[in-house]
Design a protein around this ligand. Structure first.
Ligand SMILES: NC(=O)c1ccc[n+]([C@@H]2O[C@H](COP(=O)([O-])OP(=O)(O)OC[C@H]3O[C@@H](n4cnc5c(N)ncnc54)[C@H](O)[C@@H]3O)[C@@H](O)[C@H]2O)c1
Length: 395
């Protein structure tokens, strides 16, 4: 085989850091993806998105020839192991799209006997066993594994080397081959059955999403009572370690937490009550903010600025960001809405200085570090649910 590893979806947020790190460990990697635009950026030695620490490895692995970039699926047939990292969205009915199954069907002619096929995308529970059956039916003698990705976006280069890797497979051979592969990143490995590993991934993200929703609901309860949640939080957390698991409020969103909570809800026959409540609370935060502003202001006469459009601080990913939901609501209600983000180019985006000058109301959409030292005129109404400025938040 020409390559040790083919990564399908290899130009994405999960696939690219994995491709780079495996290649940096001397593994011959082919990153395969359908995005020709991203291939162009990568082949110029540039990263298509923020991935902290990638610059340390990326130019070198391209130069060494350990990382090959491809937009042709032929490389799948030329690889000993194949790792799948494509996106796994849900549909409008909150059901998982069977994209991984579709991909396997589409690329069936490229798979070979003796390959290890590793799912790294977050999948609907039971998918690993199902894929194993699909390969059997098509008489491809491949081992199928599910080894979930657990990095925080933007921090994969660091975390892939530090976090233990969960390994599962439908065969003993698959377990030992997946171990052999992931050991080069970190030899702290946990072996589970596929259903356990699939649920472990969904539970992890749903738990984080629920904990953010708890903080958000506490914020709303405190705010409705005219109290500053942050003052209460500081008192609760002061020298009291049992409260440390409670995050602080904010616009909890992004491409994974919400989607994985929806996956788990679909798997539990829509009986995942805590998850459902978390969705309503987190997704309701922009509406809550706008409703509270409407009690204080006639928004039809107000210019509102949103500082930060990415889904979380210090990165350039706008996927499923609640700042955009906020923008849509305000576009309907306010006289003018301005957006700014140091990492995202958007039509009509303005500099933070222009936004501060022109807006009557300023909302921190994303607490990017660049905003920490902005001087905000005290005559303006500042909405800082994240408490970036440390002054608390009462709406
Ligand atoms: N982003 C994260 O931090 C993160 C963390 C843990 C798990 N995950 C999970 O990992 C998976 C991937 O997420 P992501 O954020 O990397 O998505 P992404 O959209 O950034 O990357 C997916 C890549 O797959 C490519 N692709 C799509 N269809 C393809 C096909 N048929 N053949 C080849 N390439 C194809 C796309 O062009 C894209 O580059 C999802 O299941 C997600 O839930 C993501």
């Amino acid at each position: 085989m020409k390559y040790d590893l083919c990564i399908i979806g290899g130009f994405g947020h999960v696939g690219l850091p994995l491709s780079i790190l495996f290649a940096s460990k001397g593994i011959k990697v082919c990153a395969y993806d359908i995005s020709k635009d991203t291939e162009k950026v990568l082949s110029e030695g540039k990263m298509p998105f923020i991935e902290f620490g990638a610059e340390k490895y990326f130019p070198q692995v391209l130069k060494d020839g350990n990382l090959h970039l491809s937009t042709s699926p032929d490389c799948i047939s030329e690889s000993r192991n194949v790792l799948i990292t494509i996106g796994t969205p849900t549909d409008l009915h909150m059901s998982p799209e069977p994209v991984v199954e579709q991909l396997i069907e589409d690329y069936m002619k490229y798979f070979r006997d003796g390959q290890l096929i590793i799912l790294r995308s977050t999948v609907y529970p039971g998918t690993t066993e199902r894929l194993s059956r699909i390969f059997e039916k098509k008489s491809v003698k491949a081992d199928v594994a599910f080894c979930p990705e657990r990095i925080a976006q933007g921090y994969a280069i660091k975390e892939l080397l530090e976090l233990p890797h969960i390994i599962s497979s439908t065969s003993e051979e698959g377990i030992s081959r997946a171990k052999e592969l992931f050991r080069v990143l970190n030899d702290d490995i946990i072996v589970l059955k596929p259903i356990e590993a699939e649920l472990a991934k969904l539970f992890t993200n749903a738990w984080r999403y629920i904990s953010f929703s708890t903080a958000n609901q506490f914020f709303v309860i405190a705010n409705d009572a005219g109290a500053d949640f942050y003052k209460i939080y500081d008192a609760m957390a002061y020298k009291y370690p049992r409260i440390m698991g409670l995050p602080t409020p904010g616009f909890a969103s992004g491409p994974c937490l919400f989607k994985d909570t929806v996956h788990l809800n679909a798997f539990s026959q829509h009986n995942f009550h805590v998850g459902n409540a978390a969705i309503l609370i987190n997704e309701g935060m922009p509406t809550y903010v706008v409703d509270r502003l409407k009690l204080k202001h006639d928004l039809r006469n107000k210019r509102v600025g949103i500082l930060g459009m990415a889904f979380k601080a210090n990165i350039d990913d706008k996927r499923d960001s609640l700042s955009y939901k906020l923008f849509k609501l305000l576009e309907f209600e306010a006289k003018e809405v301005y957006c700014s983000d140091p990492y995202i180019k958007g039509e009509g985006f303005v500099s933070p200085e222009e936004l501060l000058r022109k807006s009557d109301i300023i909302i921190v959409g994303t607490p990017h570090r660049e905003y920490a030292n902005l001087k905000i005129d005290s005559s303006k109404d500042l909405v800082d649910v994240w408490n970036l400025y440390g002054k608390g938040c009462v709406l």
